[in-house]
Design a protein around this ligand. Structure first.
Ligand code: ADE
Length: 219
């Protein structure tokens, strides 16, 4: 079973996403095990402090190193070989081919969700990979972590239904995103479903779909 651990100050953000749809199914079928670690549990002192002001001055609070080092050590107790990922706009841009690579590679994953105000740079020494979901700044690393996790988990064998995943693979190693699709009615508000899709000719339909597909890695 694939183990995915997430270190966050906002565990409640994960409840809906990991409890729904494909992420829920992946757990139910024992393909993936999620563990959400509350960084606050590793905070310092009676107020369980996790952040502090920056040396040299400046706005905002930075995540302190000690709680994060302790949280990663805890995560590694149950999965010593796991890869540690920090979500940050400074990281490598996430893309479908990486999702496929990480889905195929069976290693456990530990996500550290960064925070918009920043973190003590020494945290980076804990990290194997820094990943960004795009050139924009989010309030925290939680949404990026969920995005990355979703894109990996759905590609782990046994998560998508057999037929669907086989179909995706046969197109192009899981990298083809989509072709336009339609369902009934064949005509709606003067908009018609392309004729080729209605004629039941599998060869022509496959050709039309191939011509109208786009790749996830295309920009
Ligand atoms: N944290 C804040 N913004 C982010 C981004 N674009 N990608 C990954 N982590 C982030």
């Amino acid at each position: 079973m694939r183990k995915i651990q997430v270190i966050t100050l906002f565990p409640e953000m994960f409840t809906g996403v990991l409890g729904s749809s494909m992420m829920w199914k992946a757990q139910k079928e024992a393909v993936v095990e999620f563990s959400i670690i509350n960084l606050r549990d590793f905070g310092i002192g009676p107020r369980q402090q996790v952040d502090d002001t920056p040396y040299g001055g400046g706005d905002g609070m930075l995540l302190k190193p000690e709680p994060l080092f302790a949280a990663v050590a805890k995560a590694k107790e149950s999965d010593p070989e796991a890869i540690v990922i920090l979500t940050t706009p400074r990281g490598q841009r996430w893309k479908q081919s990486l999702a496929k690579e990480w889905a195929d590679d069976g290693q456990g994953l530990i996500f550290i969700c960064g925070r918009y105000e920043g973190y003590d740079e020494r945290i980076v020494s804990l990290v194997d990979q820094q990943v960004s979901v795009g050139d924009y700044v989010l309030t925290g690393g939680e949404l990026p972590a969920m995005t990355i996790i979703d894109s990996i988990v759905r590609l782990i064998p046994g998560v998508l239904g057999g037929e669907t995943s086989a179909e995706i693979e046969s197109f192009s190693d899981g990298e083809t995103l989509e072709f336009p699709q339609y369902t009934r009615p064949a005509e709606f508000q003067d908009m018609k479903v392309p004729k080729v899709l209605l004629n039941g000719h599998h060869g022509e339909i496959a050709k039309w779909r191939a011509q109208n597909s786009f790749k996830a890695d295309q920009q």
